[in-house]
Design a protein around this ligand. Structure first.
Ligand SMILES: *[C@@H]1O[C@H](CO)[C@@H](O)[C@H](O)[C@H]1NC(C)=O
Ligand SMILES: *[C@@H]1O[C@H](CO)[C@@H](O)[C@H](O)[C@H]1NC(C)=O
Ligand SMILES: *[C@@H]1O[C@H](CO)[C@@H](O)[C@H](O)[C@H]1NC(C)=O
Ligand SMILES: *[C@@H]1O[C@H](CO)[C@@H](O)[C@H](O)[C@H]1NC(C)=O
Length: 378
């Protein structure tokens, strides 16, 4: 035990040099990747209460819309602003809702970055920005109109990234900042809420809707490029029509056809948008994950991946457990590893773990032109 304080100090004094020179992970997007930004907003779109987090370190609800870790965590395990002990067992190493990760679960060699709104409430922000930031916010969409006023829209997240950028330039100069950002990975999980939002009121054809969505997305990615982002992991939308919420709205319990076809088209359109941007910009690189195809594979052949329940949510109430959100008043299942879905919209940790493994190490047609691991190593 006497060695611990020394070790702690050694880590702190060694960290700045290490991290300024090295790349980090930046995450933008929606509830698939939110690690607590919405905890700082006055919104109903929150998950910082049970049974969310029932399988997270210490059983703690951190604001993740999941029973455990989410996609941002599987790209890199949860990390704290302060590492206080690596000698305690994982279940004890919880600090401020933050978990010193099981390093063997690490995928890209990054730590899961803390929420932007947690960093800005600390001093010495510009230093923390170099370690990676998570801007994702539950409910967010490509369109500002998606869940307007209830979350940080994707545009707002990019505004926050530009603030972080300015602070980093203030600390390290623009040359070092740009060098750092060019090496770093920007993981983007967006689009699902736009499709859900449009479902009710859509008069446009799927193709028209997707075209307008991707033209906005192009401007947003270009803005990130201008702020120094060079390596993009873009995660497509899943088979949204098969989420418990939409299934429960169909009398037969089958998938919503419109939502699935829009999602399929969106994945194709996002992939060609990236291909085009790459030919125009040259020095940007990307890894695109076709979540629609990957999700469909899970739903069509669940037994191959160890799932027994693809329709019903684990946590919720009503038909398919999908008529009410996961709250302390909902019921929740014990066999969470068998369920594809945690609540009426969100996948379980088990599902996300599988999908991220594919994103990181997989091959075409699910992930292309390179997987996230190869992108990160560029
Ligand atoms: C760490 O993760 C690996 C792989 O996911 C798992 O097999 C192992 O049991 C975990 N170790 C601890 C201490 O949680
Ligand atoms: C911020 O933190 C780093 C690492 O602890 C330290 O080197 C740096 O001097 C700090 N900057 C300020 C302004 O406190
Ligand atoms: C509901 O499911 C049926 C198949 O059982 C499908 O034909 C129909 O299009 C679905 N409804 C919607 C709104 O997608
Ligand atoms: C991206 O790929 C191109 C080759 O297509 C390469 O010249 C460039 O340096 C790469 N950029 C980064 C940041 O690795």
């Amino acid at each position: 035990m006497a060695l611990l304080p020394l070790f702690f100090l050694a880590l702190l004094s060694w960290a700045p040099v290490e991290s300024l020179g090295h790349k980090a992970l930046y995450v933008l997007g929606d509830s698939l990747a939110d690690v607590g930004n919405n905890n700082y907003l006055s919104t109903l779109l929150k998950a910082n209460f049970p049974y969310n987090g029932v399988d997270f370190a210490g059983g703690k609800a951190t604001g993740r819309f999941s029973n455990g870790k989410n996609a941002a965590d599987f790209l890199g395990p949860p990390r704290c602003l302060f590492i206080f002990s690596l000698s305690l067992p994982p279940s004890h190493s919880v600090f401020n809702g933050c978990h010193v990760g099981n390093l063997s679960a690490e995928k890209l060699g990054f730590a899961s970055p803390p929420p932007y709104l947690a960093i800005t409430s600390t001093t010495n922000k510009s230093y923390a920005f170099f370690q990676g930031v998570n801007f994702a916010s539950g409910g967010a969409g490509i369109l500002d109109s998606t869940n307007k006023g209830k979350c940080l829209s994707f545009n707002k997240q990019i505004v926050y990234f530009s603030k972080a950028y300015k602070a980093m330039v203030g600390q390290a100069g623009s040359c070092q900042t740009q060098e750092h950002l060019a090496k770093s990975v920007f993981a983007i999980f967006i689009g699902s809420n736009d499709i859900f939002g449009h479902l009710q009121e859509s008069k446009a054809s799927p193709q028209q809707f997707v075209t307008s969505l991707t033209s906005t997305f192009r401007k947003q990615l270009t803005r990130m490029y201008k702020l120094g982002a060079r390596k993009f992991v873009v995660v497509g939308t899943g088979a949204l029509g098969c989420c418990p919420s939409l299934r429960s709205q169909n009398r037969s319990g089958d998938c919503n056809v419109w939502a699935n076809s829009v999602s399929d088209l969106y994945n194709q359109a996002a992939a060609s948008l990236l291909r085009e941007m790459k030919t125009q910009l040259g020095d940007m690189n990307y890894s695109f994950f076709n979540t629609y195809l990957a999700f469909l594979e899970l739903i069509l052949r669940p037994e191959k991946y160890g799932f027994t329940e693809v329709k019903a949510a684990c946590c919720g109430l009503g038909d398919l457990n999908a008529e009410v959100a996961c709250t302390p008043f909902s019921s929740h299942c014990r066999n969470r590893k068998d369920h594809v879905f945690w609540d009426y919209y969100h996948p379980t940790e088990a599902t996300v773990k599988l999908l991220v493994a594919e994103m990181v190490d997989g091959t075409a047609p699910l992930v292309y032109p390179v997987n996230a691991k190869r992108l990160s190593a560029l």
